[in-house]
Design a protein around this ligand. Sequence first.
Ligand code: NAD
Ligand code: DAU
Length: 359
Amino acid sequence: MTTYLVTGGAGFIGSNFIHYMFEKYGDSIRIINVDALTYAGNLENLKGVSGRANYSFVKADITDSDAINRIFDENDIDRVVHFAAESHVDRSIRNPGVFVQTNVLGTCVMLNAARSAWEKEDGSYKEGKKFLHVSTDEVYGSLSDPKDYFYETTPYDPHSPYSASKASSDLLVKAYMDTYGFPANITNCSNNYGPYQFPEKLIPLMINNALTGKKLPVYGDGKNVRDWLYVKDHCKGIDMVIEKGRPGETYNIGGHNEKQNIEIVNIIIDTLLEILPEGDERRKNVSKDLITYVEDRKGHDRRYAIAPDKIKKELSWEPETCFEDGIKLTIKWYLDNEEWFKNVTSGDYQKYYSKMYNV
Ligand code: NAD
Ligand code: DAU
């Protein structure tokens, strides 16, 4: 039985990945989820799997090397899937320190623990071990020529403290591969959307605000471009890279779905009005009049766009969910899970929101 150590499995992509893996592999795998449960970690995301005999949860911080080493001592880990990170650009602009701590130092702790558990005396590694470092397209910086794309060979040029910390962690993983022959892959993915995403990020924030009649804060001129991928397609790509990716390689993951932010906001409003029945109380708040242009994000990258040619050619990965379907599935999920929204937006979220948006 293959044993996976998933870090950050209580967050958005990590929890989707755990669901994806159990749906695909059932009882033939074991997953240990290690998560510090920061504001972004939510065990409610894992309700459907928490009772499984082949799933366990460990509350630990990835910067705590004793706790992480203990997990490796007590379990024969075959795969590490490293999601745990501080992930929000706006928070990194306000408070960069914790991004360096978790994303850089935490990754170093994970690498050291896996290396010392997996390396044999002759410097080679035990059979079948793999470390998958989950990273972002933001490490490549911003594209100005509309014909340009991010390839695996594009030089790193991060601008925000978040992307700089992710770039640093990627370089650490590369250094372990080059120096110690450490068996790893890096994936750099574009913007994900789907169920369980914390409403500090564009899509769930706009859905939540529209449903509650709050302003829809669009940064700058709203024409910044992001390349959106349904989260399940990302999870599928990660699984394929773990199984078939050549050790030492980086794979970009993205579905060629570039959209300006203002387009996304308009699509959300149109879709809500299409889905919500006439008599539904929540429908009365939904309106394009809520769109409000606000001060731009500092150092706001203009355009991201992934070239996924390598993962398509080498591993036959293809995205399965087009944006039109994915956004409907996503909005329906949030409408059907009002309680989830209510729970994550109570307490500290309100303080964050007031400070961030001056309301
Ligand atoms: P998220 O913020 O939703 O979840 C992060 C998880 O990590 C949370 O459960 C949190 O509790 C946990 N965590 C944070 N600090 C920790 C620590 N010190 N120790 C242990 N656990 C800790 O993030 P996400 O959007 O799911 O992103 C997951 C990964 O994917 C990140 O590495 C991110 O850089 C990368 N990524 C995200 C996207 C995206 O669009 N969201 C795109 C590409 C890559
Ligand atoms: O590209 C991958 C990255 O995508 C991941 O590495 C990050 O973890 C993830 O958070 C995401 O980063 P972005 O900064 O692109 O995502 P965010 O949802 O914060 O913003 C998307 C765009 O929408 C961006 O151009 C800023 C804009 N925006 C965002 C918010 C929260 C607004 O206009 N208004 C808002 O209120």
